[in-house]
Design a protein around this ligand. Structure first.
Ligand SMILES: NC(=O)c1ccc[n+]([C@@H]2O[C@H](COP(=O)([O-])OP(=O)(O)OC[C@H]3O[C@@H](n4cnc5c(N)ncnc54)[C@H](O)[C@@H]3O)[C@@H](O)[C@H]2O)c1
Length: 384
């Protein structure tokens, strides 16, 4: 049997992309087995080592024209180089810059002239030429028009779209319908870090709410030193991220309307480290107070890579099974702003059910029955 692979394209070759490419390179050394942080050795039949990078798009003049592996090491990317990535053979191409570089990012990135003239059709043509299965959108937050442009290019090319950004794609009814009509899977929006502030915060809220305590107040303050935090230090650019974080807390069962939860500052000294200060105040039986404070320190970009390692293989597994449109059953676990919000345990159960369902071969006649049995609360659209 020929070895199946997943052809991956990247929009944005910054810190998250760097960690993700490193994770795939690391998995080649272990044949995709047993890497810490990787929840499943196989999803839909694919190891992480079955991923191949076939295309990459950038707006940064300093990255375009370089091999992807080389581009990912360039200024202003600060992701830690844990793994030496050999040349990939993929030259980074200009993508439509649109609103990708704005605010404080414009101080550290020169937009390539070619990126100002590249069109959606150019991206579609490259995705078709390389037969890309899945594109991961790692654009800066606030790049509303650019993210939508890549989404449209993917729908036209038949390439599944994974939206790591908080810009609305899965949550945009028109774009979701476009993917459904085009027979292409769509996952989003706003990647949830694997063990990050949102995941820890919602897990703690779930613990308190599950034991009947009343959550009275909470906040979640985050600082970091990568270009994501530099970009998010502009309130205009961070609006969608703040909204997305509050949506995640609402889905965890609290009224998050006035909760401070967001990126709260760029601290260059931290580089790719992110520090989260989190406080929860709650009321126990007969009004007894409970308060907790947590300081979480993580390396930011590998935390995204661990989730993308799941998302890309889920997207390909969905495409293999001719599922089209938003893959709702997995989005609540993988993203902060899924279309259908769920509590932490429900989200994990939905994700596990999907992975179990796609462990059968796509052509297996029993596969549709498994979907129905394990995902009975969700409608998945089949194109066939
Ligand atoms: N743990 C995490 O780091 C995490 C978690 C959840 C979501 N996210 C989101 O993932 C996204 C990427 O984060 P990052 O840390 O890699 O950011 P980054 O700034 O390191 O990378 C973004 C890259 O996109 C490029 N770019 C800008 N406009 C472009 C365009 N029009 N076409 C192609 N490339 C373009 C930039 O030049 C840059 O290289 C952000 O939206 C972030 O909020 C990150």
């Amino acid at each position: 049997m020929t070895k199946r692979n997943v052809k991956v394209a990247l929009a944005g070759a910054g810190s998250c992309a760097s960690s993700f490419v490193q994770a795939v390179a690391a998995s080649a050394l272990t044949c995709g087995e047993g890497q810490p942080g990787v929840m499943y050795d196989r999803i839909g039949g694919y190891h992480l080592s079955d991923l191949t990078f076939v295309a990459a798009f950038e707006a940064d003049a300093n990255k375009i024209g370089r091999d992807l592996a080389d581009a990912l090491r360039q200024h202003p990317t600060v992701a830690v180089q844990h793994v030496q990535v050999p040349d990939t053979g993929v030259l980074v191409r200009p993508g439509p810059a649109l609103d990708g570089i704005a605010g404080r990012l414009a101080d550290v990135v020169d937009v390539a002239p070619a990126a100002r003239t590249t069109t959606v059709e150019d991206v579609t043509a490259e995705l078709r030429r390389t037969a890309a299965d899945v594109l991961v959108c790692f654009l800066p937050t606030g790049a509303t028009h650019a993210v939508r442009a890549y989404a449209r290019a993917c729908a036209a090319a038949g390439t599944a779209f994974v939206n790591a950004t908080p810009e609305a794609v899965a949550n945009d009814a028109d774009l979701a319908a476009l993917f459904e009509d085009s027979g292409v899977p769509l996952l989003g929006d706003d990647l949830r870090s694997h063990l990050g502030a949102t995941t820890l915060h919602t897990a703690l809220l779930d613990l308190l709410i599950g034991r009947g305590l009343t959550v009275k107040d909470t906040y979640q303050l985050n600082v970091g030193g990568n270009t994501d935090f530099l970009n998010l230090s502009d309130p205009v650019r961070s609006a969608s991220k703040q909204a997305s974080k509050r949506r995640a807390l609402t889905n965890a069962g609290i009224d998050a309307t006035d909760v401070a939860a967001g990126p709260n500052g760029y601290v260059k000294h931290l580089g790719d480290r992110k520090v989260c200060f989190l406080r929860i105040e709650a009321e126990n039986i007969i009004g007894a107070p409970v308060a907790m404070e947590v300081r979480l320190e993580v390396e930011d970009s590998p935390n995204a890579a661990a989730v993308i390692a799941n998302a890309v293989r889920v997207a390909k597994a969905a495409a293999d099974r001719e599922l089209a449109g938003v893959v709702d059953p997995v989005c609540a676990f993988l993203f902060k702003s899924p279309r259908e919000g769920m509590s932490e345990p429900q989200a994990l159960a939905g994700f596990r059910a999907f992975v179990t369902a796609v462990q059968t071969e796509p052509g297996d006649v029993h596969a549709p029955l498994l979907f129905t049995a394990s995902l009975n609360n969700h409608s998945l659209v089949r194109t066939a």
